[in-house]
Design a protein around this ligand. Sequence first.
Ligand code: NDP
Length: 254
Amino acid sequence: MDRFAGKTALVTGSSRGIGRAIAVRLAGEGALVAVHSSGGGQAADDVVAAIEKDGGRAFAVQAELGVPGDVHELFLGLEQGLKERTGSVELDILVNNAGIMGGGVPVEETTPEQFDRLFAVNAKAPFFTIQRALRNLTDGGRVVNISSGLTHFANPEEIAYAMTKGAVEQLALHFAKYLAPRGITINSVAPGITRNGSPVFGVPEAVEQMARLSAFGRVGEPHDVADVVAFLASDDARWVTGAFLDATGGTLLG
Ligand code: NDP
């Protein structure tokens, strides 16, 4: 199935974890994918190589988000990569996935600097990425923002992080109305605990404990979330906008 044949996509933070799975999934269904990372490493190139090995099309874009000039840098690389491959800078699918966790810091120890950094990467960067993408997004385009189940599940050690994701969810609500006249949808996907490269997933007791939070008794896999994003990015989801999609494996059922 080539649902995304002829489409272009940017997936921020797709050098690993959930973003990588989203990039691979979209490319696997025919999209030309810009694989974004903060830069400096080989990881994004490895994702591009994996996609190409499977017959897909992708290119790497590096830009650190959450610093001055971040979005400008991101779009320099994006537009250059798109232009070289398609002759235009049109973007059909934008996935704001890049994000940082709070690191489980007790309320008393959260500093203003940590708070500002979380907001800069997780909330400010997606807003200005969407703002900048307005001129690239095609009519009928798709925006998907990765939130977190923590907007609906209390965790006192991640208050600042959860606040950033609350802000991300506001993007979908208000931009949905703004973008609808162009047939562009924008939605939030909220993963629960999802296996990424973090060392904690190598500790069986910790994984067992985390798995108990899901109604299905296991931790999420990156492709569990990527499949939901692919649905929202597809034509099948044309009637869904401004929505919050719970992709926590039933964690929010209580
Ligand atoms: P990972 O930590 O595995 O990967 C993060 C990705 O984002 C990497 O590609 C990284 O690139 C990029 N990134 C991080 N910070 C920056 C930055 N400042 N500038 C540019 N790129 C950056 O993340 P996950 O896959 O775990 O999470 C993906 C999204 O899902 C995040 O928004 C997260 O908040 C959310 N989420 C994750 C959950 C989980 O359990 N994994 C649960 C709920 C939500 P690089 O390595 O180059 O820095």
